[in-house]
Write a protein that binds this ligand. Structure first.
Ligand code: F6R
Length: 325
């Protein structure tokens, strides 16, 4: 519910970093809640209609081998201490790439200060996944003021007004969705059409981390070339299918309707969500907040603490013994 403040803060800082050199490609690296910023940038760039440099999303401890001093690397880690992201950052530095750090704290914050690396410093003290808007709009602001705009400041400002108008409606819709999932007592499939796959991934991550349930993602039209067959003889039918569609996208809506028909014929329950918003950015913000709030409400209905992610902590305690490079 703090997203209005986050976007307002990012808009105040919009234009504070502008890069002098045009990059060949834009690499966005990070993991989990920070990594999903890269997915959003990729999707917004793909659909913006503006000529941007190609976007490469890296959720890994290694950058692609072609990355060089010609490329721009956004290194995103809310905590500033994620090992995979730190390793990717060190590679970017050793290859001489242009680097921008997005963080609130930790090792990466110290590096930015010590080495005078361009820094988007986001507010500290949150769990990383909830800081999506401040990190996302921070990156969009740097791109816009560096002559490689994907979203203009005006479009970003409009999305803030949109969120202010819609926030109560999002909360109501999220509560209904959470109650439906809770009553069904099933695992989730989030089924959607392009270009909304980023939102399906974000929704999956939110239900995983906040509500502690497994979630499967299915995206058309690719879905119709493989997943669809898996529903001919599923091992069990313990799935609730959330159909996520954009009513303004007629092809997308047709695909979503077809998906719904197939799931129903397979004997699965479905629940439809239609996105709101004029631009893709508005739709992504609407859908992300909807899934975020629904996943927190579902955690409460299940008597689970949405903030705690014990298994991620267990992995992070061991990661330096797992990833030895
Ligand atoms: C926790 C969360 C995780 C983290 C991930 C990487 O809220 O969403 O997915 O984002 O473990 O950590 P950071 O974001 O600190 O680099």
């Amino acid at each position: 519910m703090g997203w209005i403040d986050q976007i307002s803060r990012a808009l105040e800082k919009w234009g504070s970093i502008s890069l002098k050199k045009m990059p060949r490609t834009i690499v966005v690296t990070g993991m989990g809640g920070s990594g999903c910023v890269g997915d959003y940038i990729y999707s917004l760039a793909w659909n913006s209609g503006k000529a941007s440099a190609p976007i490469i999303v890296v959720k890994n401890y290694r950058l692609p081998s072609f990355v060089s001093e010609k490329d721009l690397v956004f290194v995103i880690s809310y905590s500033g201490n994620t090992l995979e992201t730190i390793k990717a950052y060190r590679q970017a530095i050793s290859k001489g790439s242009m680097v921008v750090i997005v963080t609130s704290n930790g090792y990466l914050l110290r590096e930015a200060y010590e080495k005078e690396i361009p820094l988007i410093k986001v507010k500290e003290g949150l769990v990383p996944r909830t800081a999506l808007p401040e990190m996302l709009y921070g990156v969009l602001g740097v791109l816009d003021s560096s002559g490689i705009s994907i979203v203009s400041k005006e479009e970003a400002r409009k999305s803030l007004e949109f969120l202010k108008r819609e926030i109560n409606n999002v909360l109501d819709t999220a509560n209904k969705l959470a109650e439906t999932i809770h009553e069904s007592n099933r695992n989730l499939v989030i089924a959607t059409h392009t270009p909304l796959e980023v939102l399906a991934i974000r929704g999956k991550n939110e239900f995983n981390e906040n509500s502690k349930i497994p979630v499967k993602i299915e995206v058309s039209p690719e879905w119709a070339h493989n997943d669809i067959v898996g529903w001919e003889k599923p091992v069990d039918k313990n799935w609730l299918v959330i159909i996520l569609s954009d009513p303004v996208d007629k092809v997308g809506e047709n695909l979503a309707n077809f998906m719904e028909e197939v799931y129903r014929e397979a004997g699965l329950e479905t629940y439809t969500i239609e996105l709101k918003g004029d631009s893709l950015l508005e739709k992504l913000i609407y859908g992300s907040l909807l899934f975020g709030l629904a996943s927190v409400k579902l955690a409460r209905l299940r008597n689970i603490n949405p903030l705690e992610t014990k298994s991620i902590r267990k992995y992070k305690e061991r990661v330096d013994k797992v990833i030895i490079t």
